[in-house]
Design a binder for this molecule. Sequence first.
Ligand code: ZN
Length: 135
Amino acid sequence: MQIHRNSSSLLLSQTRYAYRQSLNRWPSLMDIQVGPRIYSCSKCSNHVSLHDDIISKCFQGRSGRAFLFSHAMNVTMGTKENRQLITGMHTVADIHCSDCHELLGWKYIQAYAVTQKYKEGKFILEKAKIVKENW
Ligand SMILES: [Zn+2]
């Protein structure tokens, strides 16, 4: 009786272990199969940002919805200017695709309100100007 109980609880813990292992492995397996999820310029397919760098999807761009990214790549920055946005005065610089020069969004250089400081150094990319690639 004692032996039976022990062996069944051992089997159970082994099953749990295997299940946990499969859960742990799942995300990395997905990464290998799918690769990094990239956003590209909608006009020329230049890679401009990574899905993993999205901070927020609830931003307002010039033409509609926009995403806030911690990084952007293959973009050129325009001149800095002060702009009055919904959330107050900011110093921003427009960012363009380095290949086709399409206007993609802007970079926050400085925020004047303390509550908006987290945006400094971050990038707005307009949803309409970027497309998902490789996912
Ligand atoms: Zn482009």
